[in-house]
Design a binder for this molecule. Structure first.
Ligand code: PMV
Length: 360
């Protein structure tokens, strides 16, 4: 599908007012998206596990206005009016208006809340933007009742991407690809698709325990971060490596080889941070406790032969990934030896989830 396919023809129904609620999860990338071209087109393909417990719930109320001049919306976060979100949503609406031409015809109220602790350093843009995109799609579906569910899902992902790139991987569950890859048919730079090749049972209900090392505000916004890849001395090789790592993962998902899985996933995390450390300006986002945790992961693996591994986002928090069948021992180890490195001992026990859900 191309961008043009997401521009609607005339709507067949008229809707005066209504209210919808969606719950949408966060996701954790195994092959990282870092660097983008214009219009939120990723510089390289990525793949992520959709999470379950880390999610945003958004209710969108809408009411037809008398005129269609300008966007009209109010934002509430956890019950309180949130003016600071306004510029982001205004920009999002401007970007998607061509695909949702009704946006200026309604007055919107957006009420949102997160399941994870406020300012935990957990990126809420993926769950937040995907939840809002889904709510808007529910309104579009009311205006166009013939719309099929495949188009609904694709377009929700397409719109979410225009809000925050990685948000396009939060609509569906399991493993989700985003970004064109020659050996994974159906992949697109415009939206995420559920990974449809064989996946070994070792990866079923994979666990992700998120250690909250640093709950502070992000030092590097993702917009700035992606920009750092423009003119980066290692950019081209890195983008190529992401394609290669996706090829490797394809084989690994089939064979269930957890040792090979770990090699790709940990290397991706460290490469993401290496890119930040070698850009101009440069950033060091890992904290001493991030490294303590990583070293503990290495020790635990060497000692037990189990398959605990880590990955990182653009921050100091650590995602600990491990197979469900090693859950008991691994979680015990995490609780007894790793929580000392977390701010106030805080962590989130999550696992792979089944994607976004409509609640009302
Ligand atoms: O979706 P953004 O623009 O916030 O970028 C997210 C980038 C990483 O989280 C670092 C990697 C990824 O693929 O999710």
């Amino acid at each position: 599908m191309t961008e043009k396919d997401f521009i609607p023809k005339e709507y067949s129904a008229e809707i005066e007012e209504g209210k919808v609620t969606w719950q949408s999860p966060s996701n954790i990338a195994l092959v990282k998206y870092w660097g983008k071209k214009e219009n939120q087109v990723p510089a390289n393909p990525s793949i992520s596990f959709t999470l379950d417990s880390c999610r945003t719930t958004t209710t969108l109320s809408f009411q037809k206005k008398e005129n269609a001049e300008g966007f009209d919306f109010e934002l509430f976060f956890e019950g309180e009016k949130k003016e600071s979100f306004r510029p982001k949503i205004q920009k999002f609406f401007e970007r998607i208006e061509v695909y949702l031409p009704f946006l200026k015809e309604y007055r919107f109220k957006v009420e949102t809340s997160n399941s994870f602790p406020h300012s935990s350093g957990i990126a809420s843009s993926a769950s937040g933007m995907s939840a809002l995109a889904l709510c808007l799609m529910s309104l579009e579906k009311q205006l166009d009742p013939e719309m099929n569910s495949e188009y609904f899902t694709r377009k929700a992902s397409f719109l979410a991407r225009l809000g925050s790139g990685s948000a396009c991987r939060s609509i569906e569950g399991g493993l989700v690809n985003w970004g064109e890859h020659q050996n994974i048919p159906g992949t697109s730079d415009l939206y995420g698709i559920k990974y449809s090749h064989e996946v070994h049972e070792n990866f079923r209900n994979y666990q992700d325990t998120i250690l909250l090392v640093d709950k502070g505000e992000k030092q590097v916004s993702s917009t700035l971060g992606h920009d750092l890849m423009n003119g980066h001395p290692y950019a081209e090789r890195r983008f190529q490596q992401a394609h290669e790592n996706l090829d490797l993962l394809k084989g690994i998902f089939e064979s269930g080889d957890l040792s090979e899985f770990i090699k790709v996933v940990e290397s991706e995390a460290l490469t993401l941070h290496a890119m930040m450390m070698t850009s101009q300006p440069y950033f060091l986002l890992m904290k001493p406790n991030t490294l303590e945790i990583i070293n503990k992961v290495f020790d635990f693996r060497a000692r037990t032969g189990m398959h605990l591994c880590f990955t990182l986002d653009a921050g100091a928090n650590v995602h600990l990934l491990y197979p469900e069948k090693e859950k008991k021992e691994t979680l015990e180890f995490i609780k007894s030896e790793m929580l000392q490195f977390c701010e106030n001992g805080q962590y989130i026990a999550d696992n792979v989830g089944s994607g976004a859900k409509q609640l009302a």
